[in-house]
Design a protein. Structure first.
Length: 332
């Protein structure tokens, strides 16, 4: 499956001539939801083509856009946008499957390698910070798939008991994990019981050899709330309720993806539990809370260069920074 996608990628870039003098950079655009990351990436890709006759490819770093059929509620790029600039790592997994971080990392690394062979520029764009870290930092991820039965057994034990077990089995991991974080606690125990080795011993980083230019965009809280409200309204007008109804009928309302942000609130509406106005208000509120956590995550990424999403000349500013950083070239 993946080799076929890479072949199509190579074919789509076949007109791009290889130039060994071009340093193969990776551009990264991170930030909270609704800050305009995708539109910025497209604008930069178009400018690259216009000013330097160089092609760009956009790689999604969104943990829900990887799933097919979940379109409106995940704010996937439109068909028009995808026609303008090639997009990858979107619609690569069925809703009933689970794409692990290791699987995402491997596919992203393979695509970046392929893009670099054509001298095109890969632009990694999204709000899932862990996806970006997996690529930019080269996280070493323990090759352990989710173990549903084991997880259920650990959850029955309760978080206090599980955390006490973790302190005995992997004290280093326990120091990094908050006592009230059941997800990471269970994952660390899962890795230990499957491999027989502490997760802390299996982790680490192997940063890529190619240079990375990492930028993030943000705006003030009130402006971001307005953006979120506008996008939520646009989703509803685009048929978000119909999408949720169709997905619930096809996969059942218990599908984990239907319990995620936006879908869970809209599912309550289509099931008749709340009004559309309430569902819409809840989506805006919960998205705002999620964006606050995202902003904290990206603010802690010391390597990111920050830009104001609301600046009228944000594209010019980012382009100038990329030139200053040597991430663009002067066409010969």
């Amino acid at each position: 499956m993946q080799s076929a996608k890479i072949s199509r990628l190579e074919s789509s870039l076949q007109e791009t001539k290889s130039n060994s003098s071009i340093v193969p950079f990776l551009w990264v655009i991170g930030g909270a939801t609704a800050t305009g990351k995708s539109s910025l990436a497209i604008a930069l890709a178009q400018r690259l083509a216009l000013e330097q006759s160089q092609q760009a490819v956009i790689l999604s770093a969104d943990s829900r856009q990887v799933y097919r059929e979940f379109d409106i509620g995940t704010a996937k790029p439109s068909a028009f946008d995808r026609q303008q600039i090639p997009h990858y790592l979107i619609d690569i997994c069925d809703p009933t499957e689970t794409l692990t971080l290791a699987q995402y990392q491997r596919q992203a690394q393979e695509l970046i390698y392929t893009v670099h062979q054509t001298s095109a520029v890969p632009i990694l764009v999204g709000g899932t910070g862990l996806y970006i870290d997996a690529v930019v930092k080269g996280l070493r991820i323990p090759p352990v798939a989710p173990q549903p039965v084991l997880r259920q057994q650990l959850e029955i034990l309760g978080q206090p008991h599980c955390y006490a077990l973790l302190k005995e089995l992997d004290a280093t991991a326990a120091q990094r994990i908050h006592p009230n974080d059941p997800v990471r606690t269970v994952r660390a125990l899962e890795v230990f019981y499957v491999t027989g080795q502490p997760m802390s011993a299996l982790q680490g980083e192997a940063p890529p050899a190619y240079p990375v230019r990492y930028l993030a965009i943000d705006c003030d809280a009130l402006a971001l709330e307005h953006r979120i409200a506008q996008r939520t309204q646009a989703m509803i007008e685009a048929g978000f309720a119909d999408e949720v109804t169709r997905l619930a009928e096809k996969y059942g309302s218990g599908l984990p993806l239907l319990q995620t942000l936006g879908y869970a609130e809209m599912l309550r509406y289509v099931q008749g539990d709340v009004s559309l106005a309430t569902a819409q208000s809840d989506i805006v509120q919960h998205t705002r809370q999620f964006a606050k956590r995202q902003r904290t995550w990206f603010r802690n990424r010391a390597t990111a260069q920050w830009f104001d999403a609301d600046a009228k000349d944000v594209v010019d500013r980012v382009w100038a920074w990329l030139q200053q950083e040597g991430a663009t070239h002067d066409p010969a």
